[in-house]
Ligand binder design. Structure first.
Ligand SMILES: C[S@@+](CC[C@H](N)C(=O)[O-])C[C@H]1O[C@@H](n2cnc3c(N)ncnc32)[C@H](O)[C@@H]1O
Length: 417
């Protein structure tokens, strides 16, 4: 059977966990956007660190944006990098030769995601002329003029910025050896490469109350995928290069946060209630399992320990103030400018944005359901999310682990084979 199916967006898609197309994810990803807001200062520090260690010797800086999706959030991340590099270049007088240099500093940005994702929306974001893209940033416009003084040339200096895209899984190699100077990945690395096989006898829908054996199988898949990802990127990263990662995680079992509503609980409650009501079979529930795993801090640490020969991590703490984000518009609801029903709609749209394409494809591909039949089941699931929130408004949270990894300089013994 072909691995291509029609999704509810009416777009031919391969079976892959991509976001809801037609720009829907861009419009309904404010939760992920809050994570970006928290991470941007750390990304700026990383860009400065890169410039201070390796940037001065280079005239081309290669930057990867891993799991970029439709780009609205990526624009802010890459803007922060371009601004940091521009400031640093001006302050360190890199452009003192700007009038004569034939090779000014250039930044090459590679946006990466799965081949079937909504690339059109990404390209439209990059080309926007309203100041939201990192290309032609206000204050970073080119003002080269042969007659300007050196001082003016320094003040007006901007690097050249270019953009490209790569449609390939980040669980594969995608760059040559020692190519990248820095990489960023926001809210993408919890997408594992596959759902583990079902454990016989256990409920097939994976959630935070699944039996230990099921949890272990999902954790093992995460360990394997995350280590693979980190080793692949280590090969592609220049020595001394940096990678910033932010991925959603699970609070440790004794954490205070566990008393609050976890964003994933809203989805799970809807699926589990449909199983109880006989509106979803165990087989369907298994198929729509999202291939995601949200590690605890100690699970993350375990993977970092296993790649300690190539990466040096810093900053990955689960301090709730630093890393917890709440689904958007809760404050608006509290202030009364958003009704409970509108709040419920936001939760529904958040879940549609991240899961509808995958789940629709799964029901069609695995069970041969028509698009209409798959959509009917999922519409019931999403409307349950909305109903549950409308009748019991809540501030669901997501926890993020974010920090920077520095590519270690390979030891002599590991470079001589
Ligand atoms: C929730 S979106 C995050 C997008 C964006 N970084 C942001 O912060 O809004 C997760 C993205 O990861 C991508 N993704 C999932 N698995 C992937 C893989 N194996 N390789 C590359 N991208 C993947 C999805 O297609 C999706 O676009």
């Amino acid at each position: 059977m072909s691995s291509e199916i029609m999704t509810a967006d009416g777009i031919l898609s391969t079976l892959a966990p991509t976001m809801k197309q037609g720009g829907f994810y861009n419009e309904n990803s404010t939760l992920q956007g809050q994570t970006v807001s928290t991470g941007v200062p750390m990304v700026q520090s990383m860009a400065l660190a890169v410039m201070k260690t390796i940037g001065l010797e280079e005239d081309l800086i290669n930057i990867a944006d891993l799991g970029c999706s439709q780009g609205a959030n990526s624009m802010r991340v890459i803007q922060a990098i371009v601004r940091a590099v521009t400031e640093h270049s001006r302050e360190s007088n890199i452009p003192t030769t700007v009038n004569t240099s034939s090779r000014p500093l250039s930044l090459m940005v590679f946006h990466e995601d799965l081949p079937s994702q909504d690339w059109q929306s990404l390209f439209l974001q990059v080309e926007k002329k309203d100041g939201s893209s990192y290309l032609n940033l206000p204050g970073c416009q080119k003002k080269r003029d042969e007659s300007q003084t050196t001082q003016q040339a320094v003040k007006n200096y901007v690097p050249n910025v270019f953009s490209a895209a790569i449609g390939r899984s980040f669980y594969e190699r995608m760059f040559p050896d020692r190519f990248l100077h820095m990489a960023v990945s926001f809210t993408a690395l919890h997408w594992i490469s596959r759902c583990p096989d079902a454990y016989p006898g256990a409920s097939w829908y994976h959630n935070r109350n699944s039996p230990d054996e099921v949890q272990k199988a999902w954790a093992a898949q995460f360990y394997a995928d995350f280590e693979n990802f980190l080793r692949l990127r280590a090969s592609e990263m220049k020595e001394g290069g940096y990678m910033f990662i932010s991925l959603p995680g699970t609070p440790s079992p004794d954490a205070e946060l566990n008393r609050k509503n976890f964003v994933r609980d809203d989805l799970d409650a809807a699926v589990l209630s449909m199983l109880d009501d006989g509106l979803m079979t165990q087989e369907y529930a298994r198929s729509i399992n999202l291939p995601t795993y949200l590690p605890t801090e100690s699970e993350l640490q375990k993977v970092f320990n296993s790649v300690a020969d190539v990466w040096e991590p810093s900053g990955f703490s689960s301090s709730p103030e630093a890393t917890t984000v709440y689904i958007s518009c809760w404050d608006d609801f509290v202030k009364g400018s958003l009704t409970a029903e509108q709040l419920g709609q936001q939760y529904e749209d958040f879940w549609r944005a991240v899961s509808e394409s995958w789940m629709t494809g799964q029901l069609q591909q695995t069970h041969g359901l028509s698009l209409e039949a798959a959509t009917e089941i999922l519409n019931e699931m999403y409307s349950r999310i909305k109903r549950n929130v409308t009748s019991n408004p809540r501030q669901s949270f997501a926890l993020n682990f974010m920090g920077t990894l520095k590519r270690r300089t390979p030891s002599l013994s590991s470079t001589i084979v």
